[in-house]
Design a protein around this ligand. Structure first.
Ligand SMILES: [Zn+2]
Length: 146
């Protein structure tokens, strides 16, 4: 269920790190150039395993070594960064970088939000059933007392 899953056990955050609420570290989005908290933005790093095919990978745990680029989990920001070649500038990479993995990650998060809605409807169903049961009991009580 957690997005951290596929990457295996993530290293525990450094004990020196201040609590997020005290002084949240702020990063700049490579797409819209807006700022956001480190915990809100996605971190993308360049996968250099294949020198001829530069592609981005999402650093889900925000702990991979090397240069990272930060972007809002928003398709508009991912596209903007691609059009401005901001990925290359931020990561010192080639002029064309495949941001497909980041895009897929953002799309996946949006799909998750959508799939959670039917669950909420189910809860409403249960509440309706409970209300009916309470109604029945309320109707029986006066008869039982008399
Ligand atoms: Zn942005």
């Amino acid at each position: 269920m957690n997005a951290n899953g596929p990457r295996g056990p993530s290293p525990s955050p450094s004990p020196d790190a201040p609590p997020a609420s005290a002084c949240a570290p702020v990063r700049t989005c490579v797409g819209c150039r807006g700022t956001g908290e480190r915990s809100v933005l996605l971190r993308a790093v360049l996968d250099r395993t294949d020198a001829d095919d530069a592609r981005l990978v999402v650093d889900v745990a925000r702990s991979l070594p090397g240069r990272g680029a930060w972007v809002h989990p928003d398709l508009r920001c991912v596209d903007l960064a691609e059009r401005r070649r901001a990925w290359s500038r931020a990561l010192r990479g080639p002029s064309v970088i495949d941001a497909g993995a980041v895009r897929a990650h953002v799309l996946g998060e949006e799909a998750d939000e959508r799939s959670q809605r039917p669950v909420t409807t189910g809860t409403t169903h249960g509440a309706g059933r409970t209300a009916r049961t309470v109604d029945k009991e309320a109707g029986q009580k006066p008869m039982g007392t008399r």
